[in-house]
Ligand binder design. Sequence first.
Ligand code: 3HC
Length: 695
Amino acid sequence: MTATSPEGVDPVRLVSTSPVALIEIDNPPVNATSQAVRAGLLAAIQEVGRNPQIEAVVIACAGKTFVAGADIREFGQTPREPHLPDVINAIEACSKPVVAAIQGTALGGGCEIALACHARVAEPGASLGLPEVKLGLVPGAGGTQRLPRLIGLEAALDLVTSGRPVKAQEALRLGLVDRISSGDLRQDATELARELIGQPLRRTGERSVVAMDAETASAKAAEIRKKARGAEAPGKAAELVLLAAGLPLQDGMARERETFLDLRCSEQSAALRHAFFAEREVMRLPGLDSVEPRRVQKVGIVGAGTMGSGIAIAFADAGFDVRIVETSEQALTAGQARVADVYDKQVASGRITAAARDERLRAIGYAIGTSSLSDRDLVIEAVFEDLEVKRALFRDLDAVLPPGTILATNTSYLDISLIADATSRPADVVGLHFFSPAHVMRLLEIVRTDATAADVVATGLALAKRLRKIPVVCRVCDGFVGNRILSRYRQQAEYLLEEGALPHEVDAALEAFGFPMGPFAVSDLAGLDINWARRKRLAPTRDPRERYVDIADRLCEAGRFGRKTGAGWYRYEGGKREVDPVVTALVEESSQRRGLTRRAISADEIQSRIRAAIVNEACKILDERIVERPLDVDVVMMHGYGYPAWRGGPLFEADRVGLQSILAQVQERAAQDGPGWEPADSLINRAASGAKFYP
Ligand code: 3HC
């Protein structure tokens, strides 16, 4: 018995073998619970109940994964029957044992199906989770009510409000799965189903939940809301999970459904869905679909500093053969210690096993000099940010590396065309701009020059996929996409200082906006010296009419490079950031020198001026075709710079805020701040025509 999807394929099949039947869901690519799947699943479970030959049933999936959730593409449409909670209730209510056989990922609605089964068997590599909060939602098919019944309130709060998936071993420890398959998943699930025949059914929804005392519960909910930085779903999810201790299943589910349907129509959920699809769309670059990437397995990294060692770890984690080179034994030993330290910390925190650490450490070799890189398929330089240093290095690499080896630079600002021109093979040169810490941050800017070969860009994209990074392909300009926008809004933040705000006020306003850290706190973390070098480099070509704030230069001249020197925009005592009267005096003195009367500046003004600066620069980046699509900018800002994903990135948000009001803000700044702040052509045109970035 089957149900047919609109494409005419049967997404659910019931194979009625006796005594244990099989319900197989087959809805590529991820077995999402589209309407056809829900209908098929309901019909199949009803047939199981009716058919006297069937005494138990296994629910399994075709392809690589168990059900990865509700079909996100259906979220913009009116819900169609049968609704997932009803299908899932029918599974739980089935009079015969139902066992879930889980491979790949059981996420969202998929996890909720598994929760309602009477037992769960998972493959060792499987993971389970309720990631709905990442889409601005709460679980909508019983997840908030059944999960605490199975694993307790505390663990359920953690999983539901973070959206964190757990691997099979942790799931077993939590009681989320009953067994881990030792061989054939379906066979093991069938075996368990057979064992359950004739036993009392273990219905998750009938279990009770041990309550949490009211004070602890409200403290936990408050902490979750604070951590969410403006995202509303985690707080709502916490409230629902806590209800499970006091309400019968059906009442809790009714409350859950109501919240789910409310959030589904929210701006935050629309923004997070945009973020979800944009992260995947960046991988698909027009014109590159049929270009074959080059093969890369052996990777060389020049420079064992923070970036170089982070990049090495990212590649070693993804199973590449890595070799780091340095110019001295001392630098090499320091790099080796840095790498070992990162892995030791991961072992100590339980993120990886000691065996995995040892394997990854073995994957990274160390050598002096570039000549040892001659067998590499790709070499990435992560040396000092100086054009001549990098050009000399590329000349050297060009002489050592065989034809076809890709030469990449991790520069954050420099003109990659000039670096490529130092070689005899500019077509093989590309920018791979990682973000620090490179083994953690998911964004990767792939910077192509006019000469970069298409298959080199395609290789960058393929590498990003293997590294589990989110790549954005862009062209050369100072700072590429992210740092160029960052420089602009940092500049605007400094203007705000001169006009009356203090660093901690600007940071607080932007943290309230949803950034994890304000620009001055970030600058202290990254080190003020990096930007100082850049400002000095650009000084000779800076427009003398440009409004320039020199507070950061003065901090640097005083040796205040940020956290690493114990002081920057703030001072750090015992690692804690504190407002520093020295900086306050410097800021006030700067206003005075400029003849500006300081005034109180509201958080609202700070936020809207920074947003306008970001949107205007983003439009210039689009006008210059540094990137092709608004979504490229949104992805860079969300994944590299902490722009709150629940706002969907600056351009998605700009559509909602209204381009006319943003343009008005930009025009006002242009009048006040002068050259560099002129409105972008496309901003003017869009605002005039009413065209949106995302029609
Ligand atoms: N609905 C619709 N399409 C989905 C989807 C979903 N739930 N999950 C993934 N897809 C699509 C992707 O858009 C992509 O399509 P494309 O090839 O056209 O770009 C394709 O499936 C493959 O996805 P990935 O490229 O992400 O493949 P990976 O193998 O890297 O990852 C995954 C697979 C881990 C399942 C990942 O796709 C994922 O995390 N998906 C989202 C899971 C999720 O959020 N589920 C909860 C949904 S909300 C819900 O269930 C509500 C319920 O409580 C009622």
